[in-house]
Design a protein around this ligand. Structure first.
Ligand SMILES: Nc1ncnc2c1ncn2[C@@H]1O[C@H](COP(=O)(O)OP(=O)(O)OP(=O)(O)O)[C@@H](O)[C@H]1O
Ligand SMILES: [Mg+2]
Length: 247
């Protein structure tokens, strides 16, 4: 397995408060890492450091290069529905990072956006504007945009947290299917253990002090269901860990 992201001694605080202290994490290509942890423990801070939005001490190497600024190769998908350009259509939003990166061939751009529109189940919506879409549909577009670009790393900060339960379940299943069939490496933050077990090839738990206290390979066979062998035991471990770390 090829090392993609190597974090060593990552330390990050705000004013006088330390959030992350000497955190180490290695992510390998094609892993889908889910991070659980109590509110305020520093999950978003960690993701923002990896994205290049924050100053930090210690080292973050992505493909051997130090992370010093945001780059499309580390693409972020947020919880917020309003992460698309409102003046661009669905296909224009998906094509935008590719265009900025130098792809000019209109036919090729159309072919790629059509492919990913299809993968996220939005056939026929290519010419719609974000204000004409539901929240779940906008999140689908944001995911299509990230996948279509084929970045080295996709960073997702609770992208499904604001969705209703049914939409959330179907998006989880779709993302699980897509990620199993594409060469993607993802770091995905969630509060939801079921979501972490459904999506993750590896699941981490952070404690209130911003330390990684559980780091487990997810060996539950895909597609993961609550009735899958190993699901209950793994769910229990993370549920107990989360309860303990939230006190
Ligand atoms: N820009 C900032 N300035 C000062 N403090 C900040 C800033 N951003 C985050 N913090 C603090 O850092 C801590 C960690 O925040 P972070 O957003 O990383 O937590 P989180 O684990 O993502 O929480 P949640 O699960 O609620 O999203 C919090 O105590 C928060 O108040
Ligand atoms: Mg957060």
């Amino acid at each position: 397995m090829k090392e993609l992201l190597k974090i060593r001694d990552l330390t990050k605080g705000y004013t006088d408060r330390s959030i992350l202290e000497k955190l180490d994490l290695t992510v390998y290509e094609n892993e889908f890492i889910c991070i659980l942890g109590p509110s305020g423990c520093g999950k978003s801070t960690l993701l923002r450091c990896i994205a290049g939005f924050e100053d930090y001490t210690g080292s973050i190497l992505c493909n051997g290069k130090p992370v010093t600024a945001p780059a499309p190769q580390r693409m972020m998908v947020f919880q917020d529905y309003n992460q698309l350009f409102p003046w661009k259509t669905v296909e224009q939003n998906i094509q935008y990072p590719l265009k900025v990166n130098g792809l000019r061939d209109k036919e090729k751009l159309r072919q790629i956006s059509d492919e990913y529109v299809h993968k996220v189940g939005l056939d026929g919506y290519q010419r719609y504007y974000p204000h004409e879409l539901s929240g779940g549909m906008k999140q689908r577009v944001a995911i299509a945009k990230a996948l279509a670009f084929k970045p080295e790393l996709i960073l997702m900060d609770e992208p499904f947290a604001a969705l209703d339960a049914i939409t959330r379940n179907s998006l989880q299943q779709e993302l699980a299917d897509i990620s199993a069939n594409e060469n993607v490496t993802v770091i995905f933050i969630t509060h939801n253990i079921q979501e972490a077990l459904t999506l993750g090839t590896r699941v981490l738990l952070m404690n209130k002090q911003g330390k990684i206290v559980i780091d487990e390979e997810n060996t539950i066979p895909k597609p993961v269901k609550p009735s899958s062998p190993g699901y209950g035991a793994m769910w229990d471990r993370f549920s107990r860990g989360l309860a303990q770390e939230s006190n």
